[in-house]
Design a protein around this ligand. Structure first.
Ligand SMILES: Cc1ncc(COP(=O)(O)O)c(C=O)c1O
Length: 377
């Protein structure tokens, strides 16, 4: 076995982990089970799994995009570092100025970039706070903590509604928060931010980051308002509606004033060639991609109606590609065992959410299998 080497002048014991920033203690490793691990745990072949836990698109990319991916050969070239063609196409798709669009390695990378943009400089700049309204997408807190921003949690109230007064009170106190992260539709409940909520919150002296990862399933985007409000950032992704989760392409539409700083801070070559080509191809093949979205929306409504027939489920109205249900009268583990026996993977939670299960809308056949499994409960 090789002996461990340490710096010549270090007094032993030299422990590199003692040099790691303390904020890491607040974070948890994120490594969801792989399909193979799930299959092994359930004693089923991988091909028998029905994965309805990660809000993925069960139909995948459009046929044209698949053909392009299959024939792709430009792997030896660096990608366009600033995704020019894709940004032009996004500009056209959303009717926004492409000069205000930044593309990222999934919208996760944009969350990371925004946190880096607003974190205080070590040379001064005070305390940077970011408001997170849980339950919501867990990456807001993750990236906030990982960049030394102070994450202030304003828990949602009954029905997953925002606590507007608490957010306003937080923005009225020093040190004033710099960022407010909101998802519309929100993950995990699938509900939209209302106009009344938006209009009240956008007046606050804080940058609102509106995460519209699921908005194609809702048709209720506020992206055009990024030209009007200089405190509004809208995040979007190709992961859900376009079926490109594995390729990692997301983007943000920003107020003009932030652009010079963003271009300086963005990682070079952050979006790989295949991801840029696939996203562009999807936008050139919108009709098929949108037909898939319409299918998922129709399936969502059918599935929600069927799920409502189970007395042990309370289904929340959703505008996304998933449905959050509260389990009552039976234990959630009974439900979990019944569906997992048939290879169906759903999203479960801990803490205050332990009675809830989130179901990604699958194909008609997958949804039917789920209903069959639930009937055995
Ligand atoms: C609200 C929300 N935002 C962003 C993402 C991540 O999107 P991407 O795959 O583009 O990083 C997710 C994924 O689950 C999400 O639920």
């Amino acid at each position: 076995m090789a002996t461990l080497r340490r710096p010549i002048n270090a007094t032993p014991p030299f422990d590199p982990s003692a040099l790691v920033g303390r904020r890491i203690e607040e974070l948890e490793e994120y490594a969801p089970e792989t399909m193979e691990e799930m299959a092994q745990r359930l004693g089923l072949p991988v091909g028998q799994l029905i994965k309805l836990d990660a809000n993925e698109n069960p139909y995948g990319p459009t046929r044209r995009t698949m053909a392009l991916l299959n024939g792709f050969s430009e792997f030896h070239r660096y990608p366009d570092a600033v995704s020019r063609r894709l940004r032009e196409a996004i500009g056209e798709y959303l009717d926004v100025d492409p000069d205000r669009v930044v593309v990222g390695n999934g919208s996760d990378e944009l969350i990371d970039l925004i946190m880096r943009l607003f974190r205080p400089s070590p040379l001064g700049g005070g305390i940077a706070q970011v408001i997170d309204c849980p339950p919501s997408f867990s990456m807001y807190a993750f990236y906030g903590i990982s960049h030394d921003l102070r994450v202030r949690r304003v828990p949602r109230r009954d029905g997953f509604r925002l606590d507007l007064r608490a957010i306003e009170a937080m923005c009225a106190r020093a040190p004033q928060p710099r960022l407010l992260f909101l998802a519309s539709p929100n993950n995990p409940d699938g509900q939209l931010l209302t106009d009344a909520e938006f209009e009240r919150l956008i007046e606050l002296p804080v940058v609102m980051v509106l995460d519209e990862a699921y908005v194609e399933f809702a048709n209720a985007s506020r992206v055009s308002l990024t030209a009007t409000y200089d405190n509004l950032i809208v995040l979007r992704t190709f992961s859900k509606w376009a079926g490109l989760a594995g390729l990692r392409v997301g983007y943000g539409v920003f107020p003009e004033a932030l652009m010079p700083a963003l271009w300086k801070l963005k990682s070079p070559y952050n979006v790989n060639v295949l991801a840029q080509a696939a996203a562009l191809s999807t936008l050139e093949d919108l009709e098929e991609a949108q037909a898939t979205v319409a299918r998922i929306v129709a399936e969502r409504e059918k599935l929600a109606a069927k799920l409502r027939e189970f007395s042990f489920l309370r289904v929340i109205d959703s505008q996304a590609n998933f449905l959050l249900c509260r389990v009552r009268g039976v234990s959630i583990n009974t439900v979990r065992r019944a569906v997992e026996k048939r290879g169906i993977i759903l999203r479960y939670y801990g803490g205050d959410m332990q009675d809830y299960v989130r179901i990604t809308v699958g194909t008609a056949m997958q949804n039917e299998s789920l209903l069959v499994a639930l009937r055995s409960v």
